[in-house]
Design a protein around this ligand. Structure first.
Ligand code: DP6
Length: 340
């Protein structure tokens, strides 16, 4: 018999250095290419889960607002719970209360931390354990949890690992791997997020992944990625920001280039984003500061630098970006569980 205790799963979001963009198989969540990310620290989802009595149904709330199974944006949450419970024969329904620690509707994707926390929390609640170690003992290794999380949202798999995470497609959907390749202690990278626009994106990443194949830039991108991956891994191993930075920018712009050149073009970029990118490149030269940008499928910009540049960057940004549009974060050690 498992005990019915309340569990909190705390899972940070991640920012991809090498982007997951395009899937070889959507049902299996099999990506077209390798991706590489850093798991962040304070931008995270905290999901409290309480097993319910027999006869009740799953309930879900985000930042205090209840959401139903038939709401378009929340369908995926309930189907992911169904997927997990059917796969492992867990019958208890769950009360799920999720919050994001970063500002709501700031345009920062929360599916990575959200599905990470949902997966980790639900498995822990169903298994009646309150630590990742005990979950491992029940047969759920961290990598297994990561693969289950990616079935909800691909990027969520990487959030289950701390530090630098590599998701490799392998040769088949079943031989994918998600591994932490360096711990956070390896290199204290910082991420300052600049909120350019707060609206949530009109075209989901899931549609963007589908469209990617129609871009003439996609095949050449896939051919080049193994090389970019090894250059990035080498730069990370050597902790060389001047090598990693230009690769980050090329990679982000290429992903957006693919999105913008599909048969149904997707423009996640705004004019304000372009202006900001040119500005930061000028600043880099003028101020001799090693700060580089990357972006997700949205208009906001992540500025990556080493710890010794953060203060200078903060001062530089002060005159350009209102403080409420900045979130300072850093590489983190990954998820954990708490019990009540
Ligand atoms: C641009 O993980 O949101 O952030 O698997 O369809 O849920 P689904 O897609 P999602 O895609 C993330 C795309 C990205 C790049 C990345 O995180 O690697």
């Amino acid at each position: 018999m498992t005990k019915s205790k309340t569990i909190k799963a705390i899972v940070p979001t991640n920012i991809a250095l090498l982007k997951y963009w395009g899937k070889k198989d959507e049902k299996e969540q099999w990506p077209a290419n390798d991706s590489l990310s850093i798991t962040l620290n304070s931008m995270r989802t905290e999901t409290k889960i309480t097993p319910l009595e027999a006869g009740e149904e799953h309930t879900f709330s985000l930042n205090g607002i209840p959401h139903q199974r038939d709401e378009a944006s929340f369908k995926k949450i309930f189907s992911h719970l169904d997927y997990l419970s059917e796969k492992f024969n867990f019958s208890k329904k769950l009360k799920i209360e999720s919050i994001n620690t970063f500002p709501t509707a700031c345009g920062i994707a929360s599916s990575a931390s959200g599905f990470g926390a949902l997966t980790l929390g639900a498995l822990a609640a169903w298994s009646g354990v309150d630590s990742i170690e005990d979950l491992n003992k029940k047969g759920f290794s961290l990598e297994e949890i990561a693969h289950l999380a990616r079935m909800g949202s691909g990027s969520a798999g990487r959030s289950v690992m701390g530090g630098f995470c590599h998701w490799s497609p392998g040769g088949s959907p079943k031989t994918q791997s998600i591994k932490s390749v360096f711990p956070k202690e390896h290199w204290d990278l910082r991420d300052t997020v600049v909120i350019i626009a707060k609206e949530t994106k009109k075209i989901s990443s899931t549609s963007g992944h589908r469209e990617a194949w129609t871009s003439p830039l996609f095949a050449p991108r896939l051919a080049e990625l193994p090389n970019r991956l090894s250059l990035m891994l080498e730069a990370i191993k050597d902790k060389d920001i001047s090598k990693l930075g230009p690769l980050l920018e090329q990679e982000a712009l290429e992903m957006h280039g693919v999105a913008m050149s599909c048969s149904t073009p997707v423009q996640y970029f705004s004019n304000k984003t372009s202006e900001f990118l040119s500005w930061i490149r000028t600043v880099r030269q003028k101020e001799k500061i090693q700060v580089y940008f990357t972006m997700d499928a949205g208009p906001n910009v992540h500025l990556i630098c080493e710890e010794n540049c953060v203060e200078k960057l903060r001062k530089i940004l002060q005159n350009r970006v209102p403080s409420e549009a900045l979130i300072e974060d850093r590489i983190g050690s990954g998820p954990h569980l708490q019990s009540f």
